[in-house]
Each structure stands twice: as C-alpha cells, then as structure tokens.
Ligand binder design. Sequence first.
Ligand SMILES: Nc1ncnc2c1ncn2[C@@H]1O[C@H](COP(=O)(O)OP(=O)(O)O)[C@@H](O)[C@H]1O
Ligand SMILES: [Mg+2]
Length: 264
Amino acid sequence: MSNVPDLLVKDLHVAVEGKEILKGLSLEVNKGEVHALMGPNGSGKSTFANTLMGHPKYEVTSGDILFKGESILEMETDERSRAGLFMAFQYPVAIPGLTFASFLRAALNARLAPTGGEDGKMPTRKGIPPKEFRDMMRAQMKLLKMDDSFAMRYLNDGFSGGEKKRAEILQMAMLKPEIAIMDETDSGLDIDALRIVSEGVNTLAGPDLGVLVITHYNRILDYIKPHKVHVMIDGRIVTQGGPELALTLEERGYDWVREEVAAR
Ligand SMILES: Nc1ncnc2c1ncn2[C@@H]1O[C@H](COP(=O)(O)OP(=O)(O)O)[C@@H](O)[C@H]1O
Ligand SMILES: [Mg+2]
C-alpha cells in the first residue's frame, strides 16, 4: 500500500456567488473505507459534493483536492470521472429516447477512452463490444437484484426517486470507480433513497472502492456501517469518530455538537 491518500481534501474554502460556504474542510478517504459525512441542512454538504464534481458555480478560493496525489481542481468533470472518481449525480436529468443501457455504455466507453479525446463528445469508435457490455450489465444487475427491464427504460424519463438512486448505483457498479461520493437529497424520499444507496454500497464495497456517503439522516446505522463518521457544521468538519458517533447523533441530534463548537 502506498502512503498517498486516494482522496485528500485540504483546508478547502469554497464560495458560491461570492458567499463563503465551505470554510476550511479537510478530509481523507481511501479505497477499502466507507465514510459518512453528516450534518444538519445548510451545513454545506451538497456544496462539497458539487465542488468535488467540479460544478462551475462553486469557486474554490483556497485549499486543494488531491486525488491519488494530484490536484483535480483544474480538471473538468469528465476528466475527474475518467481518473476514477464517481459522483452519484453526474448523469443528465432526463433524456427520452436514450435508454439507460445506451447511456451506460456511452458512459463506460467515455471512462475507458484515453484522455484528450474530442471535447465533450461521447466516443463512438472502439469502446466495449456490445455483447461484453450486455453480459457485464446483466451480471451487475443480478448482483444488485435489479429487474432486467430497467436497462431498456429511457434515461430518467419518469424514474421515481428510488429508481434514480438505483440507476446511480448501477452506473457505479459498471464504472468501477476508486472513490465514490453519494450525496443524498434532503427531500421526503430521503429514507428510501438512503436505503437503496446503502444496499448498493454494501454490495459493492470492498478493498478496491472507497465510499463517502453524504447524508443529514441521523439513523444512518440502520442501513450502512461506516468506518468513519464526520460531522459538518457551518462549512467545516467539527468532529469525527467511528460508528458510535452516528449513534450519538441519532440519540441527541446536532445541538450538542453546535454547543461544543461554540465553547471551543
Ligand atoms: N447554488 C447555490 N446558490 C446559492 N447558494 C447556495 C448554492 N448552493 C448552496 N448554497 C448555500 O450554501 C449553504 C449550504 O447549502 P448546502 O451545501 O446545500 O447544504 P446541505 O447540503 O448541507 O444542506 C446554504 O446557505 C445554501 O443557501
Ligand atoms: Mg444537501
């Protein structure tokens, strides 16, 4: 094992529309580890996820994000993906006429293509042979207990919240990233979404994958067993621990963390 962390976030400061949201966030995630990033609504969790993805609206004002020792700040979203970072929400919203299977194959080919191809275009030449792709997809869908018909549905067209999450998990299973970041929506679907994501993560987790699950849902331990739990308040991680920390949050909420931070 090398000493270079797979994902290293160093004192990250991020502004959105001129307002500082992340105020010195530091975090390390390695392959073989499952991390949970927790925090109340508005603490900056999605801002962090969007920044990792390379969303142009999120401006890194200082600090760095290193993936396998190299800064990714200047990389486009697709370059980050090819490098082995996976962000659960990186697929387009809804594309009627494009089946989920075609989308997956294009995504996989893009991931396999050498960097420096045609800008923004999904490569059509070479790529994974159709039969190999179908076999691989069937195997992954079986592993994830997904219905075969799912692959022939049009991308996100009428997908329920839960189906969108399943689509993300299948995409992750196919792309085989080294580090995956799963951001939860803060909607009413939250618990169902977290359950689906967690089942997927539990199935896919292993020595070759590191996962960061981002959630504001306190009862996370009902679904997933993170090695490490990080609590974020007001743009930075204020406390970290093992699964027992998630248990404390479930019992006592976030107020005690806020008080502890205020007393520092
Ligand atoms: N695209 C954006 N435009 C304006 N403000 C934003 C944007 N994204 C996040 N923010 C602001 O950043 C803060 C943190 O939000 P967010 O990152 O969504 O927190 P969380 O995911 O923890 O609920 C909020 O005050 C929110 O209003
Ligand atoms: Mg959020």
